[in-house]
Design a protein around this ligand. Sequence first.
Ligand code: ATP
Length: 282
Amino acid sequence: MIRFEQLVVRYGTLVAVDGLDLRVPAGSLFGLLGPNGAGKTTALSCVAGLRTPTAGAVYVDGVDVRARPSEARRRVGLVPQRLALYPTLTVAQNLRFFGGVHGLAGARLRDRVAWGLALSQLDERADARVETLSGGMARRLNLACALLHDPPVVLCDEPTTGVDPQSRNHLFDTLRALRTEGRTLIYTTHYMEEVQALCDEVAIVDHGRLVVHDRLDALLRATASARFDVDVTGADGAPARADDVRTALAAAGLHVGAVTQAERTLEEVFLDLTGRALRDEG
Ligand code: ATP
């Protein structure tokens, strides 16, 4: 669906993307990872037609972005890393504005604005100025604005920066639903647990070059781990003690490096204690 072919982008003497070759299959939720400055945002900008490659090309659904920019742009929704919203306009005004930018008008624009309000769960804040929204609400609106023209390709550039677990949970559900509808999504983040929870395929870039590209499960399997995460309960159903597990493993002739009682993740505890409902105060 998206093809990077020997993509090179230079900023003066700095080579931000250095011969990137990568194919993102249609219908995938694709994790694009890399340290700060690896060239992720720059590569996504080329897909969205916001930056012209120094050399090489990007194709979206077979369309060469440089040769046919408006056709390519119709197919792509970019959810930018920094919020791209007008703080003094209301939620609905922002949606109308971005719908207009994408060429929507009349009844179609009205329908899509209503869709965007529902998607971001901001119907009740339609007339609130964006500057009064919480960080999570603004992120949700940022996503809706990028999707108003119903693009088959969605690029999410670190969309969870500064959001609480409730909003992140909502965002993940939304992205999974978009994929189920058949869209192709590229997701960049520095949070590895997000990629494990969301993505089916992953590429890691560094210094503008591809380091590895594989299915997530294959990538994780390729590096065998001696660690296991096993729930062990006694006959009474209560959690077993680490010492009992160690003794049982040793009796089975297995060399035991360490047995540590697993903890629940902080996020699980946090969501249990604070609930999964979105927080829209602020
Ligand atoms: P991060 O994870 O920090 O967002 P990234 O992987 O998205 O990083 P880019 O933002 O694409 O990386 O930046 C790649 C390199 O290009 C960096 O060295 C960055 O400083 C440089 N760079 C990015 N945009 C520009 C620009 N407009 N002018 C000059 N240099 C730039």
